[in-house]
Write a protein that binds this ligand. Structure first.
Ligand code: ADP
Ligand code: MG
Length: 633
């Protein structure tokens, strides 16, 4: 177990130590939150409101758990005792749950967050805002926190007490009804949080959108509801301001950066539901975690039923946050039931459309924000080309690329590209590489540059699949610069080409024998202007980059894929092949092949061999007759 229980007498409190991570979080909290200390109230109200939501949900199967009292979150300031109590009649916690929830950081997201923390405190301070600070924020204003709680469906209560340093104590307690009291013993300098006006103001500022009534309970007065207490998304759009949407987003996601965009819709008819979808301005740290479910929250008739309902949106839209409140699903809906449910399928299709509409508008009206969206989520979004055949065109339109002529940022859409195409250009050209930088340096671009043709530089892994699933756009075929079939008009003049073909006939026949097993054919290139050589895939073969990805992924049964070596007949190094004899020819062939592999970001199978051949050429030791390549003729 993670805590050290020192067994006391049966009646007295038991002392427990906090888990190491909890201590770490508490320390961080004290240092980083002070300037924003009032958010403890939002955090504790949010927990209490979650507890009420959970009770409503569990009461579907245990109706007797709902008493006659209104479900609410009450704020009870006590100036004499110097305490502020947050009282809810929600689900409560059992002894085990208290240990689990308040003594350890069980919440897997929180744990991962802590693991991902940078070494320095400063980085942590910046990140902590992105992530819900939760219960422990209470210690920013209180030097002692007491929790008295009773789980619905049980008779016994438990008291948890801690000063937020080494650990906490636990003992049996009494509570009339299920629910939780969080009693904050405020530090002497924090007594402002006993003030009714201050509390009212804070609740309206941070917790107005909470669906549960948050009430101020002053001694001798009737409880006074401070917030609107209607589920935020049920309110008419006309009544809601940007700040309201932003505030609700913070409540929903614990993300303190304002979202880039949102869409709020109410649908009535054969299906009845409300959706509220947000595009975040920061990527969650678990975006790439395959085990982590992503998705929006699901409510059924205002009752919260599921977090991260991945079934409501396709995987490529997993960055979207928000919620759906459906009137057509049963309250006891399970994940299994969501799969293949007709209503869910219809909602899902509509949500996809909404997100795409939202992104269209963002791209059109706020290009800077769209750029931000793309840098955060572009690689995820591109998966849509593979995953969502129905919306392929729309997805393609929203994709952004780095190109050979606009290479500093991925801002070029396919529509921009097509609009810039010279009249005679036939296809949309692209080049796959391990990174945009490698692509930009590739010899394959040379001929396209000479023609002033723009080339999409694809550096993400998903891009190989992207182009496979998008054979054309706007009636133009997507063509790889690297494949032998690229239909580029020759850069070299025809007469010159014919003359070179004659000169190089023997060399071209000899090369595949010298480079046996790696090169199936050699030919003169019409595309190279500066580099001496490059490799292309044979016309029917798999792209060389894809082959490399598959091989890196451990696909060893691929077999040997041979490439075509293309030579630049005007390059001095290549011309040297014409006169090279035996050993010198081999050295030259190996060096030309090796640098073609390196130029596309590939790995040499025999790098020591390559170096030997290269040194022999430089030193002129291949044969007595071979001059050094470093000396001018
Ligand atoms: P989070 O709310 O993100 O899960 P917190 O640190 O705010 O993290 O709370 C930790 C856990 O403690 C909650 O998930 C919940 O299980 C439990 N908890 C906190 N406050 C209450 C409450 N008022 N009633 C019931 N459970 C609570
Ligand atoms: Mg919380």
């Amino acid at each position: 177990m993670h805590m050290n229980a020192q067994a006391d007498t049966a009646a007295g409190p038991q002392t427990h130590e906090f888990q190491a991570e909890t201590k770490q979080l508490l320390r961080l909290m004290a240092h980083s939150l002070y300037s924003n200390k009032e958010i403890f109230l939002r955090e504790l109200i949010s927990n209490a409101s979650d507890a009420v939501d959970k009770l409503r949900f569990e009461a579907i199967t245990h109706p007797e758990w709902l008493g006659t009292a209104v479900l609410s979150v009450d704020l009870v300031p006590d100036p004499d005792a110097g305490t502020l109590t947050l009282r809810d009649n929600g689900i409560g916690m059992s002894r085990e749950e208290v240990i689990e929830n308040l003594g350890t950081i069980a919440h897997s997201g929180t744990k991962k967050f802590l693991e991902s923390l940078p070494e320095t405190d400063r980085g942590a301070r910046e990140q902590i805002g992105q992530f819900g600070v939760g219960f422990y924020s209470a210690f920013v204003v209180a030097d002692e926190v007491e929790v008295v709680t009773r789980r619905a469906g049980t008779d016994t209560a438990v008291r948890w007490v801690s000063s937020g340093e080494g650990g906490y104590t636990l003992e049996d307690a009494a509570r009339d009804a299920p629910g939780t009291d969080v009693i904050l013993h405020l530090r002497s300098e924090e007594k402002e949080f006993l003030d009714a006006t201050r509390l009212r103001h804070l609740v309206q500022r941070y917790s107005d959108h909470i669906g549960v009534p948050v009430r101020l309970c002053l001694r001798g007065n009737e409880p006074d509801t401070l917030n609107r207490a209607a589920a935020f998304w049920t309110r008419p759009k006309t009544e809601l301001k940007d700040e309201d949407y932003q505030q609700f987003y913070t409540h929903l996601t614990h993300d303190h950066e304002a979202p880039l965009a949102w869409a709020h819709h109410r649908v009535e008819g054969t299906l009845e539901y409300t959706s509220l979808l947000y595009i975040p301005a920061v990527a969650p740290f678990d975006l790439w975690d395959r085990d982590q479910k992503h998705g929006v929250q699901l409510y059924v008739k205002r009752v919260f039923v599921m977090d991260r309902a991945a079934e409501l949106l396709p995987n490529y839209l997993r960055f979207v946050r928000g919620l759906v409140d459906s009137a057509d699903l049963p309250l006891n809906v399970s994940r299994e039931l969501l799969q293949g449910n007709r209503a869910v399928e219809k909602i899902r299709a509509a949500l996809v459309k909404r997100v795409l509409d939202l992104l269209d508008t963002l791209a059109k009206d706020k290009p800077d924000d769209y750029e931000k969206f793309w840098s955060l989520f572009g690689t995820v979004f591109k998966e849509g080309i593979v995953e969502d055949a129905t919306n392929k065109e729309r997805i393609a339109k929203l994709c952004r690329f780095t190109t050979s002529t606009h290479s500093d940022k991925p801002v070029t859409g396919l529509d921009d590209y097509v609009a810039r195409m010279p009249a005679e250009q036939k296809g949309i050209y692209y080049l796959n590489a391990d990174s945009v930088t490698t692509a930009l340096a590739s010899p394959h671009l040379e001929g396209y540059r000479a023609h002033h043709y723009e080339v999409l530089l694809l550096g993400d892994r998903i891009d190989e699949w992207f182009v496979m699933h998008l054979p054309e756009y706007a009636g133009k075929p997507l063509v790889s610069c690297e494949s032998g079939a690229a239909d580029l008009a020759p850069v070299v003049e025809t007469a010159e080409q014919t003359r070179l073909e004659g000169d190089f006939k023997d060399v071209l026949e000899r090369l595949p024998k010298t480079l046996l097993g790696r090169v199936s054919a050699a030919r003169l290139s019409k595309r190279l202007t500066e580099s001496p050589a490059c490799l292309v895939s044979s016309d029917d073969g798999m792209s060389r980059h894809l082959e490399r990805i598959l091989r890196d992924a451990g696909q060893t049964q691929l077999g040997k894929v041979e490439s075509v070596l293309e030579l630049n007949g005007s390059h001095p190094l290549v011309k040297r092949l014409l006169d090279a004899k035996d050993a010198a020819f081999v050295d030259l062939a190996e060096v030309l092949y090796g640098q073609a592999v390196l130029a596309e970001g590939g790995q040499l199978e025999d790098s020591a061999g390559f170096v030997k051949h290269l040194n022999a050429l430089i030193l002129g030791t291949s044969t007595a007759a071979a001059p050094s390549i470093l000396l001018p003729d």
